[in-house]
Design a binder for this molecule. Structure first.
Ligand SMILES: Cc1ncc(C[n+]2csc(CCOP(=O)(O)OP(=O)(O)O)c2C)c(N)n1
Ligand SMILES: O=C1C[C@@H](O)[C@H](O)[C@@H](O)C1=O
Ligand SMILES: [Mg+2]
Length: 644
């Protein structure tokens, strides 16, 4: 047996360079590059290996481990999981910073390879700087925190363990049914330890992403169910995009006259204007999708994990005859809602169903309902685009909460922009093939409802974990995946403040991203949520501590976000009017550096509620009668929801 003498870290990098994937007969390199923030836990092991022999891996310098790992997640998501990035961190805090991103990857089923440094396997020294030391179990380190958020976790305590660990890492990273974060913890001494690795460990490996074929019996059950149903609705989930099944779904919907609603992950698989595309469905869905969903007698969920946002906390589908048919590569998701299942690849399942339904001449019995629902939503959308603030007699979309704050905001910020008119104008002005990125706050709701995707795969929303701070890091990852397109991160002021460090990396790498920052001086959507459920405005507006009350109910904080980003070399704009917004977008398009448009928007002017309900925990007793009322309302809604 021929061997190659290498350190563990050198062997790992050599191995990563030899991994390929094959999908539909097309072969490509699987690991594009590696984000690194070096510390004592990885610089002399993995860092040395990367300096000496990176192979074809591109090496990027992150700013915050969470941010860089989110960029890696976004890269893989935009690549439809066909190519990934790795991330290396030091031990302790550097590693801990990646835990959130690991969770984001796993919740969204997006592959990412995380390589945190770990404490010494030899325990020489003991403890090393940043080691926690659990008195009852010295084998526990910060990296054990990744176990809860990874789809595969391993620790390399001896160099030879690397071989099985990496083979399993690749198995999970390329498994469409169960991919997510893979964490390989690397004790810092082991990274530099030498071993005679067999040459065959480094042979070229092609991991075939197989399309799981539907079984005849699954298909038979599905056809039996569909042919009894008159008003089916499809839910187009992220699986449609990852399986590249959009064209087949489009044809399927047309042939059998079946409309579809989009989840956050599925949106933009097919352009919004397609006649059967109802748009966003669920808690933050629109009127068209939610009205059709209410009446549907069959829900065909394709590549969706049926989150509470998608099913309206299992209360959206109100037809007493409603049944569920699920097409999913994951048995776990397929078993939900007591559905009839086709456990298979979305594209193959749709093609097979198409043949069967054609053979029996199936067609749903919708006549004008789909068009009527779409038209009604179009009218509503136009109304949302046109909402203009008036000093007198203005009722915001989210009315009756903080009506008195609007004049105060208008005066303090010198802006009277509403969130819906801003979204409408941005949607109208940016390129058709530009990609928008988002994750948290009120924007995902507004965008799922309002955004008109004119080209496929131009909507990139992380809503499996809805992690604040993904927006800007994610935009960088998307730009790395699609460097020829303009990329726009939609971020609230809260999300921007939580994490925007990779904006600097975008400048460093010359990867232009555009930040559309909507500053409403607070955690707006959470303020809505608390006030809708009877609470007062508590801890969610950005106000100074008031010396008179001792509370956070002083004046509104005015933050110059444009100035903060300008300091990094970002081209910035301050926007208070639609005219300024138009000029800023047009100028931003001409720039080669990253841009940020600091837009002051009135609170409470986001979209609100379209025939859906979100189940949230509410206090069962309170001195506040409004909270008690909200609790009773919740209990009543719960009665209308499916139990499982
Ligand atoms: C990391 C993280 N922490 C907390 C939350 C809970 N959360 C969801 S939205 C939100 C406020 C978002 O505020 P902002 O970004 O300003 O958006 P807005 O709702 O005002 O549009 C919070 C705290 C989250 N989603 N992610
Ligand atoms: O708690 C939340 C409420 C949602 O409206 C928001 O989009 C999401 O980020 C969240 O965490
Ligand atoms: Mg905000």
């Amino acid at each position: 047996m021929k061997t190659i003498r290498l350190t563990t870290a050198q062997a790992l990098i050599k191995f990563l360079n030899q991994q390929y994937i094959e999908f539909d007969g097309k072969k490509q390199k699987f690991v594009k590059g590696i984000f690194a923030i070096f510390g004592h836990g990885n610089v002399l092991g993995l860092g040395q290996a990367l300096e000496e022999g990176p192979g074809e891996l591109e090496i990027y310098q992150g700013r915050n481990e969470q941010g860089m790992a989110h960029a890696a997640v976004a890269f893989a998501k935009q690549k439809h999981r066909k190519q990934i990035m790795a991330c290396t961190s030091s031990i302790g805090p550097g590693a801990a910073n990646m835990v959130t991103a690991a969770a984001t990857a796993s919740a969204n089923n997006i592959p990412v390879l995380l390589l945190p440094g770990d404490t010494f396997a030899t325990r020489q020294p003991d403890p090393v700087l940043q080691q926690i030391e659990h008195y009852h179990d010295l084998t526990i380190s910060t990296n054990d925190a990744f176990r809860a958020v990874s789809k595969y976790w391993d620790r390399i305590s001896r160099p030879e363990q690397l071989m099985t660990a990496m083979i399993h890492a690749m198995r999970v990273l390329t498994d469409p049914a169960d991919t997510g974060a893979v964490t390989i913890a690397l004790p810092q001494d082991v990274q530099g330890e030498v071993y005679d690795f067999p040459e065959y460990f480094f042979k070229e490996r092609v991991h075939r992403i197989e399309r799981r074929v539907p079984t005849a019996s699954d298909l038979k059950d599905a056809v039996e169910l569909i042919k009894r149903k008159k008003k089916p609705i499809i839910i187009c989930g992220g699986g449609v995009r990852y399986s590249e099944a959009a064209d087949v779904l489009k044809r399927f919907s047309e042939k059998f006259n079946i409309p579809y609603g989009e989840t956050q992950a599925g949106k933009s698989a097919i352009e919004s204007t397609h006649a059967y595309n109802l748009g966003g469905i669920g808690v933050i869905g629109n009127l068209a999708a939610n009205l059709i969903a209410k009446e549907a007698d069959l829900v065909i969920g394709i590549g969706t994990r049926y989150s509470d946002f998608t099913t309206g906390s299992k209360q959206l589908f109100q037809n007493p005859e409603v049944d569920f048919l699920t097409i999913n590569v994951s048995e776990y998701h397929a078993y939900k809602l007591d559905a009839v299942k086709i456990v298979a690849d979305a594209k193959l399942a749709l093609l097979a169903l198409e043949r069967e339904l054609e053979a029996i001449g199936y067609r749903s019995s919708y006549t004008s309902e789909i068009e009527a629902a779409k038209d009604a939503w179009k009218t509503e959308l136009n109304r949302l685009y046109e909402i203009r603030y008036k000093e007198k007699g203005f009722t915001p979309e989210v009315a009756g909460h903080l009506d008195e704050v609007l004049p105060e905001f208008h005066e303090s910020f010198g802006s009277c922009l509403t969130q819906t008119e801003v979204i409408g104008l941005v949607n109208q002005l940016i390129d058709e093939d530009a990609i928008i990125v988002g994750a948290a706050g009120s924007l995902p709701g507004d965008l799922q409802r309002m955004w008109v995707s004119r080209k496929s795969n131009t909507y990139h929303m992380e809503y499996g974990y809805s992690c604040m701070g993904y927006e800007i890091s994610g935009a960088l990852g998307v730009k790395m995946a699609e460097p020829d397109k303009e990329v726009y991160a939609f971020a609230g002021d809260g999300s921007y403040l939580m994490l925007h460090s990779e904006l600097v990396t975008s400048i460093q790498e010359g990867k232009k991203i555009n930040v559309i920052l909507l500053d409403n001086a607070g955690f707006g959507c959470i303020n809505n949520l608390q006030m809708e459920n009877g609470m007062g405005s508590f801890g969610t507006e950005f106000r100074y501590r008031n010396p008179e009350t001792g509370r956070l109910d002083g004046e509104l904080m005015k933050i110059d976000f444009a100035q903060s980003a300008a300091g990094y070399g970002v081209k910035t704009y301050k926007v208070h009017t639609l005219k300024e917004l138009k000029e800023a977008i047009e100028d931003a398009k001409k720039q080669t550096v990253s841009t940020l448009i600091d837009i002051k928007v009135l609170p409470k002017t986001m979209t609100h509620g379209y025939e859906s309900w979100w189940h949230v925990g509410i206090a069962g007793t309170s001195n506040n009668p409004k909270v008690n009322e909200a609790y009773l309302k919740k209990e009543n809604n719960l009665k209308k929801a499916r139990k499982y």
